[in-house]
Ligand binder design. Structure first.
Ligand SMILES: [Fe+2]
Ligand SMILES: [Fe+2]
Length: 180
């Protein structure tokens, strides 16, 4: 890829993460999420809101090609919209998120294991800790407002290895989340 092409992609990316939700996105969120869950949704960074909407829409568009008749669509959409809500625990810039990906891949995340802990006092490591534990943080936020246990489980375990007894929504969430 040429420098010009990389620059173009970078500008596209910047534009994408800065662009506001459309009126139809806002209507979609209003249709599926109860008021109290909307508050949590809009607490997320715009890029996480857009990512969560994409997950929900990808699921809906797959209904033509996949047998999802056994899935409760409303619960799935709510789970998709809220699965990353734990990332809103602290404001985290795009740069910090990039650093997190680098650290995850450096020596199998050795530095994250060492410094990204609940005892971290440095703001940088506190943000890394939020990213590392956003599943559990999100689950606790959702539990505190009394959300359905399936939705709480999706938040808590969407980055965990599959378990024998888990929400049936999790494999679909994990699969789409890993591709978008
Ligand atoms: Fe996540
Ligand atoms: Fe995600």
């Amino acid at each position: 890829m040429s420098i010009k092409a990389i620059w173009h992609r970078y500008r596209q990316f910047r534009q994408a993460i800065k662009s506001r939700l459309t009126p139809s996105d806002i209507e979609f969120v209003r249709l599926y999420l109860p008021q109290i869950e909307q508050v949590l949704f809009y607490r997320m960074a715009l890029q996480d809101q857009r990512h969560s909407l994409l997950l929900a829409h990808t699921f809906l568009s797959r209904q033509h090609t996949h047998d999802y008749t056994w899935v409760d669509t409303k619960v799935f959409i709510r789970s998709a919209l809220l699965h990353d809500v734990g990332k809103s625990f602290l404001p985290i810039s795009v740069w910090m998120r990039s650093m997190y990906v680098v650290l995850q891949n450096w020596k199998e995340g050795a530095l994250l294991d060492k410094h990204a802990t609940a005892q971290s006092t440095h703001p940088f490591w506190q943000k890394m800790t939020v990213l590392a534990n956003h599943g559990e943080l999100g689950a606790q936020m959702l539990q505190s407002i009394g959300t359905l246990s399936d939705i709480v489980d999706v938040a808590r375990y969407h980055h965990s290895k599959p378990q024998a007894r888990e929400s049936k929504l999790l494999p679909i969430i994990r699969e789409i989340d890993g591709k978008i």
